[in-house]
Ligand binder design. Structure first.
Ligand code: GLN
Length: 532
């Protein structure tokens, strides 16, 4: 088993997750089996209870783990399928150490960061390597070198390298090489200091991935190599990509990072075949046409809050040789009417979300899409608002609502799942992870999926209230997919509309560059048809 540890230096938001994912792409295309692990030094047990404004999207895995959005990059950039073992926070580590202490596992001992916390971290790295599903584990450590809370992870890695043997490990440090305009120079000092900090802890990086706006000249490369004690070849230029994040693997391959890593780990592999990847990137960079799509949400100011949705749209559009012109609309701004804001778009997408803010605006957007026969894709909360809209405006149930927003709603068309009623703790208590959906024959959904049963990932508490199924069905609101026992509505569509589909689950967690998700692909096709 070989290990790559990815640390970050100087500042956060350097795209460590992307760098790790892109390296994974290259190694996988060299024929290696890759798996990822992400350590997040914060004290939350998982990011499930964090506000997207704080943390970006919560990415959900097959087994229902609520994880950091970097796991989304990992799954999209490679074929790996991750589980709760692949994302770990300080909160989770301390939780298990304290549980063990209470159980008496350390009886008689003083429980300390070293060795007890570091042992727990190492145990979790071994747990993933013992699964035996990979040749290489790429482990990313969140945060920035020098953070107090990250120290136990770095110390654990230092110990781990001693145990696994340095020939089996590569440390890759992602760092910033800033350009100082007034001096007209790239500066290496922040990187030198960050590496010095790592070495203080006992970690020497073998690869320096340098984030930079400008090319690294020879002199800068030599300086970085000399002061940071890495070979000149291992100073990798990671420039800001021009068009799309999917260029990163191509750029890193041109810098030879995959070859270098394989050499360092003594892995004999052929050069990666990037033909398909390159074609995909070309389709994104020079599309033959454009399509304008509105995303009506609550967190549109934050690029990361709907990450997987934007990526899924990109994958689907690329498959149709088309570029996406995204119109991001704050749902609160539609509260008093859509006012021409949706006039120029070819489709409307309403993402998931929690809480009441912006809901009335989303309902207005859904109404506009229904009435104007605009293609519509609703995801999770997006399905729930489409349901409320239809109940109110077509079925005449004026006071229809979700009990999430009005506990005493006269017509609770969306309400709590029975098993959710008793739950008091908020953490990891939703309906989570992959569940099967049975699709009804002759529906649009069946045509789009080309299948009568699908597996999709969930993250929600509330559900369509089946008591309204018949009444709404008569007016053209069809529940076209349900849980296998028929009890839970998973997919809805409108009879008299070219493409009005919404699902209770999150298809955006399963779309890949060369394998767009059917619901997104169908949506883009419908948008193209609408605009022509
Ligand atoms: N708030 C809704 C629920 O809990 C929708 C959740 C979501 O969109 N992820 O059911």
């Amino acid at each position: 088993m070989k290990y790559i540890f990815v640390t970050g230096g100087v500042v956060s938001s350097l795209g460590k997750g992307l760098a790790a994912a892109a390296l994974g792409t290259l190694l996988e295309l060299r024929g290696l089996r890759i798996v990822f692990q992400k350590f997040d030094p914060y004290l939350n047990v998982d990011p499930g209870t964090m506000n997207p404004f704080e943390h970006g999207e919560v990415y959900v895995l097959n087994d229902g783990a609520e994880t950091d959005l970097d796991l989304g990059h990992y799954e999209r950039f490679t074929n790996c399928i991750l589980s709760r073992h692949h994302n770990m926070t300080s909160g989770k580590v301390y939780e298990s150490v304290i549980l063990k202490e209470r159980r008496g596992d350390y009886l008689g001992k003083t429980v300390q960061v070293i060795p007890h916390v570091t042992d727990e971290i190492k145990r979790r790295i071994r747990e993933v390597s013992d699964e035996g599903k990979a040749d290489v584990i790429i482990t990313e450590i969140g945060g920035t070198t020098g953070d107090i809370e990250g120290l136990p992870f770095l110390e654990a890695i230092r110990q781990f390298i001693l145990e696994a043997g340095p020939q089996n490990v590569v440390n890759m440090h992602v760092t910033l090489v800033p350009y100082i305009r007034a001096a007209g120079e790239l500066k290496t000092k922040p990187t030198q200091q960050s590496v010095a900090k790592l070495r203080e802890i006992g970690l020497q990086p073998q690869v320096l991935m340098c984030r930079t706006e400008f090319p690294l000249d020879l002199e800068t490369r030599q300086k970085l190599s000399m002061f940071c004690n890495v070979s000149p070849r291992a100073v990798i230029e990671a420039r800001d990509v021009q068009n799309t994040i999917y260029e990163v693997p191509l750029m890193l391959q041109a810098e030879g990072v995959d070859e270098l890593v394989c050499e360092l780990l003594n892995l004999q592999t052929p050069a990666p075949d990037l033909t398909n990847w390159r074609k995909f990137v070309d389709r994104i960079i020079s599309p033959k046409k454009q399509v304008k799509i509105a995303v009506v949400g609550k967190y549109i100011d934050l690029q990361d809050a709907y990450k997987s949705i934007y990526e899924s749209l990109t994958h689907a559009a690329a498959s149709q040789d088309c570029g996406i012109d995204l119109k991001l609309i704050d749902a609160e701004r539609l509260q008093d009417g859509v006012d021409g804001q949706l006039k120029d778009v070819a489709g409307v997408l309403i993402p998931g979300g929690f809480g009441e803010r912006g809901v009335e605006g989303k309902i207005k957007a859904a109404r506009f899409a229904r009435e104007q026969k605009l293609p519509f894709l609703g995801l999770c909360l997006g399905m729930q608002v489409a349901t409320i809209e239809f109940a109110r405006n077509v079925c005449g149930l004026e006071r229809a609502n979700s009990t999430e927003f009005d506990q005493n709603a006269e017509d609770p068309v969306i309400c709590l799942l029975n098993e959710q009623r008793e739950i008091r703790n908020k953490g990891a208590s939703m309906r989570l992870g992959t569940w099967p959906t049975k699709i009804s024959q002759g529906t649009l959904a069946e045509k789009i999926y080309g299948s009568s049963e699908v597996l999709e990932r969930h993250r929600h508490r509330y559900e369509f209230n089946m008591k309204y199924r018949e009444r709404m069905g008569e007016k053209g609101f069809l529940v076209s997919g349900t849980s296998p026992d028929g009890a839970l509505a998973e997919l809805i569509e409108l009879r008299d509309h070219p493409y009005f589909l919404a699902c209770q689950y999150h298809p955006e967690f399963q779309s890949k560059p060369n394998k767009p998700h059917p619901l997104f692909k169908g949506f883009i096709q419908a948008c193209l048809a609408h605009q022509s």
